[in-house]
Design a protein around this ligand. Structure first.
Ligand SMILES: [Zn+2]
Length: 234
């Protein structure tokens, strides 16, 4: 939460009075920016302007360097083009990024880097802050999937069809607790609800698009993260 206190645009805007508390003591201009960004609805969050990564060989090399600098272990996957709009280029197979993440296939490097940053910089501290615990496993619904948005025929292809997205379903703690989006996003435990919103908000500072159950019913059981062009944080 300290990070939020010095970066008003990154602060979670759960309610205007909450935002005011977070920015107490910060210059008036920052306050005005923050209140504008909060908007009128508790479920609408500002798009934070994370730029989609370039999809070039040079950017891929830089991304690998940045992954290694974070201590990530990964394998470089051969480029795949399925000639139906689906592809997985400049993609990695993640071997170790700080916390095991289940069920991941190919992940485009830019998305893998944002995921690694989220795992190493945000998830453990949120678990400490909100749950007094330690995450030992993150459960995902996968990364690459050659399918349209929301799986509905006729929709344009999902970012998953380019291995550019990851769906996060839950977290297992060292003491055995299992916090899932499906069960806990609107569940009875306030600490679990706060933890899930904290990791969602942290993802919004690293991914271009973050969709939670607040977005629509298709996301009732997972957090969708991608590095496409959507600029959404809900
Ligand atoms: Zn998704």
């Amino acid at each position: 939460m300290r990070r939020n206190a010095v970066n008003p645009l990154a602060a979670g805007c759960v309610a205007v009075h909450h935002c005011r508390m977070k920015v107490r003591g910060i210059v008036a201009m920052a306050l005005a920016l923050l209140l504008a960004a909060c908007g009128g609805s508790p479920h609408r969050r500002p798009a934070l302007g994370i730029a989609p990564p370039e999809d070039t060989p040079a950017a891929f090399r830089k991304c690998q360097f940045d992954m290694s600098a974070l201590g990530a272990k990964y394998q470089i996957l051969p480029d795949k083009d399925y000639h139906n709009g689906c592809s997985a280029t400049h993609a990695l197979k993640l071997v170790a990024i700080g916390i095991p993440v289940t069920n991941l296939g190919a992940v485009k490097c830019g998305t893998a880097l944002a995921l690694t940053q989220w795992v190493t910089q945000a998830v453990q501290s949120a678990a400490h802050d909100r749950l007094g615990g330690y995450v030992v496993k993150i459960e995902s619904f996968g990364s690459f999937a050659c399918r349209p948005i929301n799986g509905i025929a006729g929709n344009k292809l999902s970012e998953h069809a380019q291995a550019n997205a990851v769906d996060i379903a839950g977290f297992v703690l060292a003491d055995g607790r299992r916090i899932t989006i499906a069960k806990d996003w609107n569940g009875p435990d306030a600490d679990s609800r706060a933890f899930l919103r904290q990791v969602r908000d942290a993802a919004c500072r690293r991914f271009v698009t973050v969709l939670s159950p607040d977005y629509n019913a298709y996301h009732h059981d997972h957090l969708h993260f991608d590095m496409g062009k959507g600029h959404l944080c809900r």
